[in-house]
Design a protein around this ligand. Structure first.
Ligand SMILES: [Zn+2]
Length: 491
C-alpha cells in the first residue's frame, strides 16, 4: 500500500506538471501568433497609408477621413470592435488650409532677383493666407513680447507693412532654470499672432519644415525658408547671421530693419476651411477577465501628416505611417491571438497631432475609459527606420517595462535603451506627453540607429526610407509586451 504522503506528493507533482504543460502550451500559442506578424504585410500597410490618394493625411481634410475609414475597415475585418458607442471614430473640430500650389518666394537684393527653389530653399506655409505680398524686411529674432520677463523682440523697431524674418524657439538657456515661464511663448501660433498684432504684412520663418501646427490669420502671408537664405540676406546687408544668432541665444535682443533696397516677394495659393473636423480612430479588444477587463491598456500613434502642397505629397512614411502600420499589425495579432488579454486593449490612431496634438488632448478630456483605470499607454511615433529601440518612460515605470524587456530579450534581441519620462522642452511635442501629463503611465517608443536618412516633414519621407525588419520587430514587441502587461495579475 502507498502511504498518504506519497499519494499527495504524487498529486502535487501532477498538478505542477499540468500547470507547466499549460504554461508551455500558452507559450507555444503565443509563438504561433508571433510568427504571423510579417514585415511584408507591415510594409503593405505603410505603403497604403503613404499613398498619394490620401494626399499626405492632413488632419481635417476629406482624405484624412478616407484613410481613417481604411484603418477602421481593417479593425472591423480583424474583429477589433468600435470603441466609441458603436463607432470607430471620435470627432473634433479641426480647421485646416489646402495649399493649392507651391506659390513662390523671390528675394531681391537691390540688384538682382533670386527665385527660391522648392523644397531646397523654401516650403509654402501650411496655414498661410491666400495672396501676394512684397515688402522690405525686418529681423525680429524669436518674435516674443513678454513684458513680465522684461523681454521684447519688437522693442524700438517698426514692422508695420513689412515682412518679418522670424526664428523658432525661445530665449531659454541651460542656465535659466525656469523653463515654464517661457512656455506660453514657445508656440508658433503665439508668434504669428504677435507678428500680426505689431502690423507685419508677411513673414519668412527661418525653420524649413512643413508645419500645420500654426494658425491661419486673415491676410497674413508667409513661407518657411532654409537658414541659408537668411544667411544670404544678412551677408548682403553686411551682417553676420551666426553672430546675431549667438546674441539671440544669449538672451539679447538683436532685432533690426534690413536696408530698404532688400525685398522679399511671397505668393501663396491656399484655401482656408475654418469649420472642418477630424477624428481619432478607436478600436477595442475587450479583456477576458471579469474584473481586469475594466482596466485598459492604450496603444496609440498619430495617423495624420503634413498633407500636400500643390502636386507635391508629403507621404509621411516614417512620420508616422510606420507607427500606424506597426500598431495595425499588433492589433491583428492581438485580435487573433489564442492567448487572450485579460485586460482590455484600446487602439487610438490620433488625428490632429501635427496641428497641435488635438486628438490626444480630446481623448484625455473625454476618455472612453476612466483615467484611473488606464494601466498604461504606449505611443509609437517614427518607428520604422533603424536597428534598435528606444523607450521613453521605461525607467519611470519599471514594473510595466519588464514585460517589454522580457519580450525583447526572449524573442526579438534588438538593442533597447530606455529613459525616464522626460519633461518637454518648451511645449508638449508628442501625444505621449499629453497622456503622461493626464496622469497615465506612458511609454514613447521609437526606433534608433537610422539605416536611411531621416527626412523630417519633407516630401522625401517616402516608404523607401523604411526598414521593414525593425517594423516587424516593433509589432512583435507591442504584441508580446502588451499581452504581458494585460495578463499580469500582480499589477
Ligand atoms: Zn510624428
Amino acid at each position: 500500500m502507498y502511504s498518504k504522503t506519497f499519494l499527495s506528493l504524487l498529486l502535487f507533482a501532477f498538478t505542477v506538471w499540468c500547470a507547466g504543460a499549460q504554461n508551455s502550451k500558452k507559450t507555444d500559442q503565443k509563438i504561433q501568433t508571433l510568427h504571423t506578424i510579417s514585415s511584408n504585410e507591415i510594409l503593405e500597410y505603410a505603403t497604403e497609408l503613404s499613398s498619394p490618394k490620401y494626399k499626405g493625411r492632413l488632419s481635417g481634410s476629406p482624405e484624412f477621413q478616407d484613410v481613417a475609414n481604411w484603418c477602421a475597415g481593417k479593425f472591423e475585418e480583424w474583429g477589433v470592435k468600435p470603441a466609441n458607442n458603436g463607432s470607430y471614430f471620435q470627432y473634433f473640430k479641426n480647421e485646416f488650409s489646402e495649399v493649392n500650389s507651391l506659390g513662390a518666394v523671390i528675394y531681391f537684393n537691390g540688384k538682382e532677383k533670386t527665385y527660391l527653389d522648392f523644397p531646397e530653399d523654401y516650403l509654402p506655409g501650411s496655414n498661410s493666407a491666400n495672396g501676394k505680398v512684397e515688402a522690405e524686411l525686418v529681423y525680429v529674432g524669436y518674435g516674443i513680447s513678454a513684458p513680465e520677463l522684461d523681454y521684447d523682440d519688437y522693442k524700438n523697431i517698426d514692422v508695420k507693412g513689412k515682412i518679418i524674418i522670424l526664428e523658432p524657439g525661445i530665449p531659454y538657456t541651460k542656465n535659466d532654470t525656469i523653463l515654464a515661464k517661457w512656455t506660453p511663448y514657445a508656440y508658433h501660433r503665439y508668434k504669428f499672432r504677435n507678428a500680426v498684432k505689431h502690423g507685419a504684412a508677411g513673414m519668412i520663418y527661418a525653420s524649413k519644415i512643413a508645419n500645420p501646427n500654426t494658425v491661419h490669420l486673415d491676410g497674413f502671408i508667409y513661407a518657411h525658408v532654409d537658414t541659408k537664405v537668411v544667411d544670404q540676406i544678412f551677408s548682403d546687408a553686411g551682417k553676420d547671421y551666426k553672430e546675431v544668432l549667438k546674441q539671440l541665444r544669449n538672451g539679447e535682443v538683436p532685432s533690426f530693419s534690413l536696408p530698404a533696397k532688400q525685398k522679399i516677394f511671397i505668393k501663396a495659393e491656399t484655401k482656408y476651411f475654418p469649420d472642418a473636423q477630424a477624428c481619432n480612430v478607436v478600436g477595442i479588444i475587450e479583456g477576458t477577465d471579469p474584473e481586469l477587463k475594466n482596466e485598459v491598456i492604450i496603444i496609440g500613434g498619430h495617423l495624420d501628416g503634413q498633407g500636400q502642397m500643390g502636386d507635391v505629397v508629403f507621404p509621411g512614411a516614417l512620420d508616422n505611417a510606420s507607427g500606424i502600420a506597426d500598431i495595425l499589425a499588433a492589433a491583428k495579432a492581438l485580435a487573433s491571438s489564442q492567448v487572450k488579454p485579460k485586460r482590455t486593449v484600446l487602439f487610438i490612431l490620433f488625428g490632429g497631432e501635427e496641428c497641435g496634438l488635438y486628438g490626444s488632448k480630446l481623448y484625455c478630456e473625454q476618455p472612453l475609459f476612466p483615467i484611473e483605470k488606464t494601466t498604461m499607454m504606449i505611443n509609437l511615433d517614427m518607428v520604422g527606420n533603424g536597428t534598435g529601440f528606444f523607450v521613453e518612460g521605461g525607467k519611470s515605470h519599471a514594473q510595466l517595462f519588464t514585460h517589454f524587456e522580457a519580450a525583447n530579450s526572449n524573442y526579438i534581441h534588438r538593442e533597447m535603451e530606455s529613459s525616464a519620462s522626460r519633461k518637454n522642452y518648451g511645449r508638449p511635442r508628442s501625444d505621449a506627453s499629453i497622456f503622461e501629463s493626464a496622469g497615465i503611465k506612458t511609454f514613447g517608443l521609437w526606433t534608433r540607429g537610422s539605416v536611411f536618412p531621416v527626412y523630417y516633414h519633407h516630401p522625401m519621407d517616402k516608404t523607401n526610407v523604411l526598414t521593414p525588419e525593425i517594423m516587424e520587430d516593433a509589432a512583435k514587441l507591442l504584441y508580446l509586451g502588451v499581452l504581458g502587461v494585460a495578463n499580469d495579475e500582480s499589477l
